[in-house]
Design a protein around this ligand. Structure first.
Ligand code: PLP
Length: 403
């Protein structure tokens, strides 16, 4: 008789955003006259930039002619895109070869799948709170031990609390993890790490033999000096770190789907090189991001593309500024929003994250994301995003300030 993977049955509750969706739908059905403003989900709203659309059209046209038609893409991705990516790293002073870049259809799949090439009993460490995919994908793989519903933690996961008390910066773990997930700029707290601080993690990983999985999906939002855009800016990162990147937030590809993973050839695990292992996995289970989308991705790196995307990011970061300033003026304790499109606030009057969610929805019809959905240390916090339209963001903040 067929049996299911029981690890899936261990996953608690429903996915955060489906719970939010249900609550909002119920409120909306009961109050059809209310204008709800959504500053919850981290999806972008600006359209794809003109030069990228032009490159996409051109690629679509090519697909309609036998001489320029493209079928299956090469396993690692087209060279034109991988060399544009490697060049961007080079311009930043990082060494990344084109055969260390694995093009994919987004960072979510990569950060969910990468755990597959590590031992089944690997111990993972995650920042708490953080993007839920890191833990959930390891739950599915049966790596996380027993779930305690009281503390909402797994027995075999090292949680590294990131709260106001430590300025949202995790301490190096006392117990040595095999895999360390770091996400900077951070979703959901919007916090960043300085190069010196990140260097400590790289040194720690090299000393202990751990592998860092560095999710830099939001690097395009970094505005301050001395904040690394890539872990490979740190010395020794090539022997301990995998980097994940996405085209979703820098270029609005959430609906186009494109990302990549970098695995340096020097990165070894127990004497085995990870680059060929991931190449084998990629070749077996993945058939490549579409040619059309990879051409669109190539346009991201052109001077015209870069200029258009900078304007988009400035637009979102203007929203972030509006939210940050408005909330501060209303007396909220807030962080993030300077190098990231996320604003992280402490819920007022000791409300839980979900209590504040309901309060905000019912009082001013604004939807945000409860911090507790990102991990136990997110309890008592709340995330707003800068991805809305400027008009909606302005109106939302005016409503919150008045509240
Ligand atoms: N990594 C982080 C930290 C994210 O917040 C997200 C999306 O919100 C992703 C990865 C997913 O990126 P993609 O759209 O490329 O799958």
């Amino acid at each position: 008789m067929a049996r299911v993977n029981e690890n899936y049955l261990k996953l608690p509750g429903s996915y955060l955003f489906s719970k939010i969706g249900k609550k909002v739908a119920a409120y909306s059905a009961a109050n059809p006259d209310k204008k709800i403003i959504r500053l919850g989900i981290g999806d972008v709203t600006q359209p794809i930039a003109p030069s990228i659309i032009e490159a996409t059209h051109k690629a679509v046209e090519e697909m309609g002619h036998a001489e320029t038609f493209h079928g299956y893409a090469p396993d690692l991705g087209y060279e034109f895109l991988r060399s544009a990516i490697a060049k961007e790293y080079k311009d930043r002073g990082c060494h990344v070869d084109i055969d260390e870049v694995f093009v994919s259809d987004g960072a979510k799949c990569d950060c969910g799948n990468i755990q597959e090439i590590f031992a089944a009993d690997s111990v993972i460490a995650v920042c708490d709170p953080v993007y839920p995919v890191y833990v959930d994908s390891n739950v599915m793989a049966g790596r996380t031990g027993v779930y305690d519903p009281k503390t909402e933690t797994w027995s075999n996961v090292i949680y590294m609390p990131c709260t106001q008390e430590n300025n949202f910066t995790p301490a190096l773990p006392e117990k040595t993890p095999d895999l360390i997930y770091l996400c900077y700029p951070n979703n959901p707290t919007g916090s960043v790490i300085t190069k010196d601080e990140l260097q400590k993690w790289v040194d720690y990983a090299n000393e202990k033999g751990s592998v860092i999985i560095y999710d830099a999906a939001y690097e395009a939002y970094i505005s301050e000096e001395n904040i690394p855009h890539s872990i490979y800016e740190c010395e020794g990162a090539r022997t301990c770190a995998i980097e994940l990147r996405s085209f979703s937030k820098n270029a609005g590809f959430t609906g186009m789907r494109l990302g990549f993973t970098v695995i340096p050839k020097e990165l070894m695990c127990d004497g085995v090189a990870l680059n060929p292992l991931w190449a084998r996995r990629h070749g077996t289970k993945y058939n490549g991001a579409p040619y059309i989308i990879q051409r669109a991705g190539e346009a991201v790196y052109t001077p015209q593309g870069q200029a258009e995307l900078k304007a988009q990011i400035d637009y979102y970061m203007n929203n972030a500024k509006m939210i940050l300033t408005g909330l501060k003026s209303a007396g909220y304790s807030v962080s993030g929003g300077v190098n990231a499109p996320y604003i992280w606030l402490k819920t007022p009057d000791g409300m839980t994250s979900w209590q504040f969610f309901d309060y905000l929805l019912e009082t001013v019809n604004i939807v945000g994301t409860p911090g507790s959905g990102f991990g136990p240390s997110g309890e008592g916090y709340f995330r707003l995003t800068a991805f809305g339209s400027a008009e909606n963001t302005k109106e939302a903040i005016e409503r919150i300030v008045k509240m």
